[in-house]
Design a protein around this ligand. Structure first.
Ligand code: BDP
Length: 336
């Protein structure tokens, strides 16, 4: 009797607690769904199934959940809102694109600090890169984009970039004289020149056609992009020198950011931070799939066993451009 009474009291207590909790939760959700509706247009250069797009979609879903649909993030994959440079200009000027997932390389002409990631062979591996990206110094780079009217919300994984060509490419000296498409980044242009090749700046979306027609011989990217943009069907030689690890950035215009209440800003920031895990997980799977696909398609894949030779060739570029990032580089070298 005594036992069943205490069970009853306990269950009653639980029920009261649960109701109080869920009332609190629904009150918060109610609060988050109050106010004007906001639509945020997010531009993505990659296709719908690409890892970064998976991250964008997770971000949109989390924002929707937290605001009961009051803030609606529309994700536009496949570069339908324009190439990266024009999209970033839109975001920066507070135009019709409010957000984008973009390569940090595309931000260097707007914010020189982003040039850090263009420095060749800066990070040892992904783990050292992420220790830096998650550090106060790495996060500060994101927030400092505000000086260029943009606000970095999170970094996404983008692996390492390596060269691929329609011409033979199994050693450093093969790069000599090759016309190589690069992203709009002064340091990358200098790096490619130092490696003996001729850099050509061109939007990502034009690379496939340019490889086909021979306007360019080569390009460079991570395996997921090499695969998803079909470059591997034309450029059959991939040399894994891993010259850069250029993180992706989830970016919002300062114009949109400043329109949001502090509570909404927190929802947006938290959703962006939480979406990183989804993107990284999708990245690992996609990268594995891409490597297998490239191999099966008969691409000649060369691993580099004398990376010191490549590093030596770009040393003057690091010395010249690295001075402005000295503190950050020294800090990175202390990280495991
Ligand atoms: C890919 C980035 C993409 C860039 C592209 C490029 O994810 O944002 O547009 O490289 O080379 O890795 O331009």
């Amino acid at each position: 009797m005594k036992r069943s009474l205490s069970v009853l009291i306990l269950s009653l207590l639980c029920a009261v607690l649960l109701t109080a909790c869920s009332a609190g939760a629904s009150k918060n959700a109610e609060k988050a769904s109050e106010g004007a509706k906001v639509t945020i247009r997010l531009a993505e250069a990659h296709p719908a199934d690409y890892p970064t797009t998976e991250g964008d979609k997770k971000f949109a879903e989390l924002v929707k959940q937290a605001t009961n649909g009051r803030i609606n993030v529309e994700v536009y994959p496949g570069g339908t809102l324009g190439d990266e440079n024009s999209v970033v200009s839109q975001v920066q000027s507070g135009g019709t694109v409010d957000m984008t997932r973009v390569s940090s390389a595309a931000l260097t002409s707007f914010n020189p600090q982003m040039g850090l990631f263009a420095l060749p062979y800066l990070f040892k591996d992904s783990s050292q890169e992420w220790t830096f990206l998650n550090s106060d110094k790495g996060q500060k780079l994101l927030k400092d984009l505000q000086t260029s009217n943009m606000m970095g919300l999170a970094y996404y994984e983008s692996g390492a970039r390596s060269f691929y060509s329609s011409k033979p490419l199994t050693k450093l000296s093969d790069l000599k004289g090759q016309k190589i498409r690069v992203q709009q980044s002064a340091i990358t242009l200098e790096m490619v020149t130092a490696l003996g090749a001729n850099p050509i700046v061109m939007p990502y979306g034009d690379v496939f056609g340019a490889l086909q027609t021979g306007t360019i011989d080569a390009a460079e990217n991570n395996a997921p992009s090499f695969d998803s943009a079909n470059h591997y069907t034309v450029a059959k030689n991939y040399i894994l020198d891993g010259h850069q690890r250029v993180p992706e950035i989830l970016l919002i215009s300062l114009a949109m950011w400043n329109k949001l209440s502090p509570a909404d800003q927190k929802i947006i920031q938290d959703a962006a931070t939480a979406s990183v895990a989804t993107e990284k997980e999708a990245w690992a799977k996609y990268e594995e799939k891409s490597n297998a696909k490239i191999k099966a398609a008969g691409v000649t894949i060369t691993t580099v066993d004398n990376i010191a030779e490549w590093q030596e060739a770009v040393k003057p570029i690091i010395e010249k451009n690295g001075a402005q990032f000295k503190d950050l580089i020294d800090y990175i070298h202390t990280l495991k």
